[in-house]
Design a protein around this ligand. Structure first.
Ligand SMILES: Cc1cc2nc3c(=O)[nH]c(=O)nc-3n(C[C@H](O)[C@H](O)[C@H](O)COP(=O)(O)OP(=O)(O)OC[C@H]3O[C@@H](n4cnc5c(N)ncnc54)[C@H](O)[C@@H]3O)c2cc1C
Length: 322
C-alpha cells in the first residue's frame, strides 16, 4: 500500500469523480492538494449545467447514479442530498413505437426473441462502435439481460438509484470545497510539474501520459447535438435508443430527470452521434473492447510500467483505503 508523507504537496490531475474523491480524502488526512484540469470546469465527464432554456443538461451525456455499495453512498452523501430516480430506456422501432430496453417479456412478445439482436443491437452497435457485433468482445452483448417479466428498470438490481439533488457539478464542487484544496482550471498537465510534488494522482489517459510509446488506446467519442423543441414533452422516458440507421444512437430528454428544470413551453433533446475521438477534439469516452482483446492487452502493457511517484486510477483506491 502506498505511504505518503503529509509535509509535501500532492498534485491531482483531473477534477472528475476520481480526482475529487482522492483530493477530498487526502485533504481530510492533512495533505495540501493542488487539483488541475485542462477543461474550464470541474466534474469531468459528469459535468452538468443549466441551459438557456432553464433545463439542466449533462454536457458529456446522461449520467445515472446507481450502486449497491454502502461505502460509496455514505461518502457521497456528505456532499449532496439525493432525489429518487430509476432509469428506464425505450427503443424506437421503424414504425415509431417504443419498446422496453433491456428487452423484457413485452419486448419479446412484440419483436420475437429471434429478432432481438438484429433489431435492437446490430444497427446500434455498428453506429456506436464503428464495428460489427461479431468484432466486439461478446461480454458487451452478454451484459444485456433478457427478462421474462415486465420489469422496465434499466438497473433492476442496484439498491440505491438516486440523482444528486442539485446535480453532479454541485456535488463535486462540495467535495473540492476544503481549505487544503486549490483548483486550477484550463491547466494541462506537463511532466515538469511532477518535481514540485511528493506524489501525483493522475486521471489523464495513460497512453497520452507515456507519449503513446506502445501505440494509442482506441476509444469512441460522441458528438452531442442539442435541439430545443416547442413541446411540453416528447418522450415518456429520459433515454430513447434508435433502431434505424440514421447517424444518431439515442436521444436524451432532460426534463424526464428529476429536478432538471421546469419549462412548460419547450423541451430540450440531445441527440448522440458516435464518432472517432480524433473527429471530436480528442475527447475520449468509451474504450473499445475488441473480440481479440488486443486493446485490453495494450492497456495492461501501459499499466505495467514501473512508476514510483505517480498513481493512476487503479492505484487510487489503495490510497483511499489507507
Ligand atoms: C457519455 C458517457 C456517459 C456516462 N454515463 C455514466 C452513467 O450513467 N453512470 C456512471 O456511473 N458512469 C457513467 N459514465 C462514466 C463516468 O463518466 C465516469 O466513470 C466518471 O466520470 C469517471 O470519472 P473520472 O474522474 O475517472 O474521469 P473524468 O470524468 O473523465 O475526469 C478526468 C478529468 O481529467 C481531465 N484531464 C485529462 N487529461 C488531462 C491533462 N493532461 N491535464 C489536465 N487535466 C486532464 C479531463 O479534462 C477530465 O475533466 C459515462 C461516461 C460517458 C463518457
Amino acid at each position: 500500500m502506498p505511504s505518503l508523507n503529509n509535509t509535501k504537496k500532492i498534485l491531482i490531475v483531473g477534477a472528475g469523480f476520481a480526482g475529487a474523491t482522492i483530493a477530498r480524502i487526502l485533504a481530510e488526512k492533512g495533505f495540501l492538494i493542488d487539483v488541475i484540469d485542462r477543461r474550464d470546469h470541474i466534474a469531468g465527464n459528469a459535468y452538468d449545467y443549466k441551459h438557456e432554456s432553464g433545463i439542466t443538461v449533462h454536457k458529456y451525456g446522461p449520467h445515472i447514479f446507481h450502486t449497491s455499495n454502502q461505502r460509496v453512498i455514505k461518502f457521497l452523501s456528505k456532499f449532496t442530498e439525493w432525489i429518487p430516480y430509476e432509469h428506464k430506456v425505450k427503443a424506437k422501432l421503424h414504425d415509431g413505437n417504443l419498446v422496453t430496453l433491456p428487452p423484457n417479456k413485452e419486448t419479446l412478445k412484440i419483436l420475437g426473441k429471434e429478432n432481438i439482436i438484429d433489431i435492437l443491437f446490430r444497427p446500434y452497435t455498428k453506429k456506436m462502435w464503428g464495428l460489427d457485433i461479431e468484432e466486439l468482445d461478446p461480454s458487451i452483448i452478454k451484459r444485456i439481460p433478457i427478462r421474462d417479466d415486465l420489469n422496465e428498470l434499466y438497473f433492476p438490481s442496484d439498491t440505491f438509484q438516486n440523482m444528486p439533488k442539485m446535480g453532479y457539478t454541485a456535488l463535486i464542487k462540495n467535495m473540492l470545497d476544503h481549505d487544503a484544496i486549490s483548483i486550477s482550471l484550463k491547466t494541462s498537465f506537463g511532466k515538469s510539474m511532477e518535481s514540485q510534488y511528493e506524489k501525483v494522482f493522475n486521471s489523464m489517459p495513460i497512453d497520452e501520459y507515456y507519449g503513446y510509446e506502445f501505440g494509442e488506446l482506441p476509444y469512441r467519442s460522441i458528438k452531442f447535438h442539442n435541439e430545443l423543441v416547442k413541446e411540453k414533452k416528447v418522450y415518456p422516458v429520459s433515454q430513447v435508443n434508435f433502431t434505424d440507421d440514421n447517424i444518431f444512437t439515442r436521444v436524451v430528454e432532460w426534463k424526464n430527470f428529476p429536478n432538471h428544470g421546469k419549462n412548460d413551453s419547450q423541451t430540450l433533446l440531445t441527440f448522440e452521434e458516435p464518432c472517432s475521438y480524433k473527429e471530436n477534439n480528442m475527447e475520449r469516452y468509451y474504450p473499445v473492447k475488441d473480440i481479440k482483446g488486443d486493446n485490453r492487452k495494450l492497456y495492461k502493457k501501459y499499466t505495467k510500467i514501473n512508476n514510483k511517484k505517480k498513481y493512476f486510477h487503479w492505484e487510487m483506491r489503495a490510497v483511499c483505503l489507507c
